[in-house]
Write a protein that binds this ligand. Structure first.
Ligand code: MLT
Length: 326
């Protein structure tokens, strides 16, 4: 399959789990544009969308060992290689765009970058802020916890997310991302969860009848390159890629904030019925009570996790758009 651009002097190969018209694509295309412009033609970026280079967990492995330059993947698909990062997939940890921005920029951004280098051998250049993962399914609107009973939900191979859906009473079925559409189509599973933008770009409206809005997990999707690859570059090229990643991240944030609602409406226009769950305070109570203590027990979650990773006061109103300074 052909990548999105042709070869060049130094061509960076970047894989995406999602189609090019997703928010992963928005991040990668902006990165490509900036790198090609600011490097004055020294670098080209070739993007391989929609899992052409394998599923997201495979791409993380390939970037780590150097057989792939980089990828955009959901953070939940890095956690098998960087257990501490599982904290970012804890239910109801992040509750707004503000929280997500706070967790990924400044001192906290540096902290997570260091953790990912150390544990997974990958270097984060920027993030796609994909918004909350909402639940889609083919059977019925999910209005409350009782409706989840017996619902087969595809989940990524991420222990914390599997645990969360079990705690809530559903039947989570771990499965790689590229197999999800077919599994929904063949009714191997009833539903899945991902943000509106992802659901629309994946054409899940063809195989799902309901979207139910929940806020248990804000989806972060880092643009990573292999640390080996990054370290081998000159200081000048490292700075150029770092800068391009930050700018692409800011661009992606504006895109996500402004396009999530449109993607939701697009799903509805395609015939998918939409509702908000009624008892989400209960979801949050149960998920946090059942899932968080296990992480504390495994000492991955420091006692001061909230202040360490997310020092955002809970009652602060969420800003719809935050332009970052670097
Ligand atoms: C997943 O559910 O595996 C990912 O969040 C999918 C994605 O990368 O969009």
């Amino acid at each position: 399959m052909l990548p999105v651009s042709a070869s060049a002097e130094t061509a960076l190969k970047i894989g995406l789990g999602d189609p090019i018209d997703s928010d992963q694509g928005v991040l990668a295309l902006r990165f490509k544009e900036i790198v090609e412009k600011t490097s004055g033609g020294k670098y080209k970026v070739d993007i391989f969308p929609a899992g052409q280079l394998g599923d997201e967990q495979k791409m993380v492995k390939d970037a780590r060992r150097g057989s792939l330059d980089g990828a955009v993947v959901a953070v939940n698909n890095i956690t098998p290689f960087a257990k501490s990062v599982g904290i970012l997939t804890l239910p109801y940890l992040m509750q707004s765009f503000d929280d997500a921005v706070k967790a990924t920029t400044g001192e906290l951004g540096d902290k997570w970058r260091a953790v990912l280098i150390e544990e997974a051998g990958v270097h984060v250049l920027g993030y796609a802020y994909s918004n909350f993962r909402v639940l889609t399914n083919s059977k019925k609107p999910i209005n409350n916890l009782a409706d989840l009973k017996g619902l087969k939900i595809r989940v990524p191979k991420n222990a914390i997310m599997i645990d969360t859906w079990q705690a809530l009473g559903a039947e989570p079925i771990p499965m790689a991302w590229p197999e999800t559409f077919t599994a929904l189509q063949q009714k191997v599973v009833d539903g899945q969860d991902n943000p509106h933008i992802t659901n629309f770009s994946m054409k899940f409206y063809e195989v799902q009848n309901y979207t139910s809005e929940v806020h248990y997990l804000f989806s972060l999707q880092p643009l990573i390159v292999g640390e080996k690859f990054f370290k081998a570059l000159s200081a000048e090229d490292q700075a150029m890629l770092t800068r391009a990643g930050i700018e692409a991240q800011q661009y992606n944030l504006l895109f996500s904030v402004t396009n999530s609602e449109e993607a939701k409406q697009n799903m509805i226009a395609k015939g998918v019925k939409y509702n908000e769950v009624e008892d989400e305070a209960e979801w949050s109570k149960i998920a946090m009570a059942k899932v968080w203590p296990k992480q504390k027990a495994s000492s991955l979650l420091p006692a001061n996790a909230r202040s360490m990773y997310l020092p955002v006061p809970r009652n602060r109103p969420s800003l719809p758009i935050k332009v970052l300074t670097t």
